[in-house]
Design a protein around this ligand. Sequence first.
Ligand SMILES: O=c1nc[nH]c2c1ncn2[C@H]1C[C@H](O)[C@@H](COP(=O)(O)OP(=O)(O)OP(=O)(O)O)O1
Ligand SMILES: [Mg+2]
Length: 209
Amino acid sequence: MSRRLEGKRLLIATHNAGKLKEIGALLAPYGIECLSAGALGLPEPEETGITFAENALLKARAAAKAAQIPALADDSGLSVTALGGRPGVYTADWAERQWFEGPLGRDWYMAMGKVEGLLCEAGTEVDRSCWFSCVLALAWPEGDSVVYEGRVHGTYSWPPRGTMGFGYDPVFVPQGRDVTFAELPPEEKHRISHRADAFAKLVADQFGH
Ligand SMILES: O=c1nc[nH]c2c1ncn2[C@H]1C[C@H](O)[C@@H](COP(=O)(O)OP(=O)(O)OP(=O)(O)O)O1
Ligand SMILES: [Mg+2]
């Protein structure tokens, strides 16, 4: 059985404001006091892993060790079937950092355009199916850790639509819907997203009876 969270304090090991907001909302019902890696001034570790799990563990372990409290990290990304699963673990890297987006800002429009460009090169009848993955890693300062994985399938849609959410949300239409994640109110995204799917597993394992 995996180790369980005993205390109320949990460090959220992310430097992405969009993720932090979603993780805070998903943890809200469980009485957890969330601290953020950004607010504590922890450095952003280099993501050298080649899988979501490796990167999530790397981020959670670094934060738990630095702050000496349990830490939760999220490594996620978009995989496009016709592109052989790219950008996948490199989803954030495809959005280059831009000075005009602020200190940690990335150019999501350029990144979404890059994926669209590759799909267009592949032909007009190209398969637009894709999926978001999310791996959550919990790590304790003593070295224990556990991971939970979630997914959501959908279609890569162009042009981008909607203003809610973050990252690639404006191009992702979840299966069975005709709006993008960026057009869905947060509570609806939280019912079906890859992050919600991974959280359901975390909650069952950590807070279940
Ligand atoms: O729900 C989502 N809606 C839209 N886009 C998303 C989502 N979930 C992940 N994504 C994209 C953007 C993110 O930047 C990248 C993950 O990269 P990833 O390294 O895990 O996150 P990050 O560098 O932005 O923040 P950090 O590592 O500090 O947690 O995939
Ligand atoms: Mg990252």
